[in-house]
Ligand binder design. Structure first.
Ligand code: GDD
Ligand code: MN
Length: 374
């Protein structure tokens, strides 16, 4: 009877597969186990290497995903692809010590706890051999933000090494976000039933083969995910990003205006008396275009990171469309403020409502017209 499935997401881990399988084999003697590698069509031939080993060892399986990427979603798919009653997830790059698996299995299979996980920051754990003090620090920060936002109180909620009964996972699999690296955190923050969790101190070692895939995009996805959990239902994430970029744009326009007036007027520039001058109009127009371009670049980089426009042609076309959208947004902005003011509302209220309406308009239009399929 199959007892345990170990799910190992891989991306460009060719050189780690054979040693990883050997270490699993050594650690799991006496258990009926299988290992499911979930590979995102790695260009280095990782899946071929897994198939080569699986030919001779039916305990080894591979799921090859095409046109998809992501550690968390790979882990979910692997956990849903087994008949084993208990599933574990771990990194395939040998940074996670497989010796912990039988000890985790002992407590999960006897129902001593629901989830066993390996912590890099528990009493008795160590990150010394990792050799990445920068990452230790960043993980500590990510962990404390995650704890605050999700209420999951573990020493290492960002851990990618854990074990639980498959049925707990399957019951809520459809509600998991599947984005980024935070798979354990995702499970703990999603499953409603209170879970009994047992921590295993981990000696997190350095990578010897290949390199880490945790990059800027993964960090951004992490922050977006936290926001989504926190306020996402009230103000949608993408609109919040768009709004934040817009607010930065306001600051950029002021800074640009100030700098240009300094350049144009030199000594004659007097703070607070800008409007009496034609230089103001020229400078403000240039500053507005500059700020709008800044917004376009930031939205392209962050708000629509998943639909990012690349290359000179698409960027120029996108910028022109964005300019068009913004000028219509400006009309909405100024127009609604004028109408409200005429209706007797306080000027500040009128301006604020104008800004919100203008931004909603810009957002609605640019999400389809600039970054969407129109
Ligand atoms: N299928 C698939 N798709 N696997 C991936 C992907 C992906 O897009 N990205 C990474 N992996 C696999 C790697 O091949 C490796 O086996 C495992 O996921 C961990 O990835 P690393 O790139 O080695 O992560 P790390 O060592 O920098 O990050 C560690 O710390 C994180 C939290 O700080 C890991 O332990 C993570 O699991 C952990 O979340
Ligand atoms: Mn790693």
């Amino acid at each position: 009877m199959l007892q345990l499935a170990v799910v190992l997401p891989t991306y460009k881990e060719r050189a780690n597969i054979a040693p990883m399988v050997a270490r699993l084999d050594a650690a799991l003697t006496g258990l009926a186990w299988e290992a499911i590698f979930v590979d995102d069509n790695s260009p280095d031939g990782t899946s071929d290497e897994i198939r080569r080993i699986a030919q001779a060892d039916p305990r080894i399986r591979v799921i090859e995903r095409i046109g998809r990427r992501g550690l968390a979603s790979a882990a979910i798919e692997g956990m849903c692809a087994t008949a084993a009653p208990i599933v574990a997830v771990m990194d395939a790059d040998q940074q996670h010590d497989p010796e912990l698996l039988p000890r985790m299995y002992a407590v999960v299979s006897t129902d001593e706890c629901d989830v066993a996980y390996a912590s890099r920051f528990a009493e008795g754990a160590s990150t010394e051999a990792w050799g990445r003090p920068d990452r230790v620090k960043a993980s500590g920060m990510a962990n404390s933000i995650a704890r605050r936002v999700t209420g999951v109180d573990l020493s290492d909620p960002m851990s990618g090494y854990f074990m639980l009964p498959a049925k707990i996972l399957r019951a809520d699999a459809h509600r998991l976000s599947g984005v980024g690296f935070k798979i354990l955190l995702d499970i703990l923050a999603t499953v409603d039933a209170p879970l009994r969790i047992k921590e295993f101190p981990l000696n997190f070692t350095a990578r010897t083969e290949g390199e880490s895939k945790l990059d800027r995009t993964v960090v951004l996805e992490f922050l977006i995910g936290l926001y989504d959990k926190w306020l996402g239902r009230i103000i949608p994430t993408r609109f919040a990003l768009f709004g934040t970029v817009g607010a930065l744009g306001v600051a950029v326009q002021f800074a640009g205006l100030w700098a240009m007036l300094h350049l144009l007027l030199g000594e004659r520039f007097i703070y607070g008396h800008w409007s009496s001058n034609t230089a103001f109009n020229v400078a403000n127009t240039v500053a507005a275009i500059f700020a709008m371009t800044f917004n376009f670049v930031l939205n392209n980089e962050f708000t629509y990171a998943d639909k990012r426009l690349r290359g000179f042609g698409p960027l120029l076309r996108g910028w022109l469309k964005f300019a068009l959208t913004c000028s219509l947004g400006l009309l909405t902005n100024v127009g609604s403020a004028a109408a409200l003011k005429a209706m007797g509302f306080h000027a500040v209220v009128a301006v604020l409502v104008g800004i919100v309406l203008g931004s909603v308009w810009n957002f609605a239009l640019s999400s389809r017209f600039v970054w969407g399929k129109y």
